[in-house]
Design a protein around this ligand. Structure first.
Ligand code: FES
Ligand code: FES
Length: 216
């Protein structure tokens, strides 16, 4: 279905890319993305609280942008990438933001938590080194009735630091090269001199009158 196709009033198939997997759901044009996720796809991580775009409990990512799923029509996001809390990490491997929420005790009842986490994931994808104000701004649209804000902000900053450390470790690993035994292709001070017991580069082993090492 494309934007210029008139659909309804009956349910119509809509293809959504949910957490990297293409899913087709039959939805009425009046149904929101939140309804499609929770009722049709069984993904209940995004919460329905106000259903009026006022609390942020339903926050998901649409092609990387944080949006209120309760204010987004499912038919309007056909073919777009939707990320939900279920797709960013699991019990076996938590997303750094999820882990930081646990480590910094950033929730009480937990009802706002999936939305808070998704807003922070969107922020950290855009700004890896945010200021405290930027973290506060990212969750300004997510209400926490339990008042866990100080720890939510701490968790956001800690997750940013953890993600930067992880990505710097990964780039260092990419930069490390293992030199060949003769130092071929390695320039400068790191070059490894040829090993005396190896044949010369590109040539046959030279005949020698002495026995090979370890022989006899
Ligand atoms: S449920 Fe969507 S903003 Fe409150
Ligand atoms: S932890 Fe209860 S509403 Fe935020």
């Amino acid at each position: 279905m494309t934007a210029d196709v008139v659909c309804g009033p009956d349910a119509a198939p809509v293809m959504l890319r949910i957490n990297g997997v293409s899913r087709t759901v039959l939805v009425e044009p009046r149904h929101t993305l939140l309804e499609a996720l929770r009722l049709d796809l069984g993904l209940t991580g995004a919460k329905e609280v106000c259903d009026h775009g006022q609390c942020g409990a339903c926050t998901v990512l649409l092609d990387g942008r944080a949006v209120y799923a309760c204010l987004t029509l499912a038919v309007a996001v056909e073919g777009q990438g939707v990320s939900t809390i279920e797709g960013i990490g699991g019990p076996g491997e938590l997303h750094p933001v999820q882990r930081a929420f646990i480590e910094h005790d950033a929730f009480q009842c937990g009802y706002c938590t999936p939305g808070q986490i998704m807003s922070l994931v969107a922020l950290l994808d855009r700004i890896p080194n945010p200021t405290e104000d930027e973290v506060r701004g990212a969750v300004a649209g997510n209400l926490c009735r339990c008042g866990a804000y100080p720890n939510i902000v701490r968790a956001g900053l800690a997750a940013a630091a953890a993600m930067r450390a992880r990505s710097s470790t990964r780039s260092q690993r990419r930069l490390v090269r293992i030199p060949s035994p003769r130092g071929a292709g390695v320039r400068g001070r790191g070059a490894v001199p040829p090993h005396p017991n190896l044949p010369p580069p590109g040539g046959k082993e030279q005949s020698t009158s002495s026995p090979p090492p370890f022989a006899g």
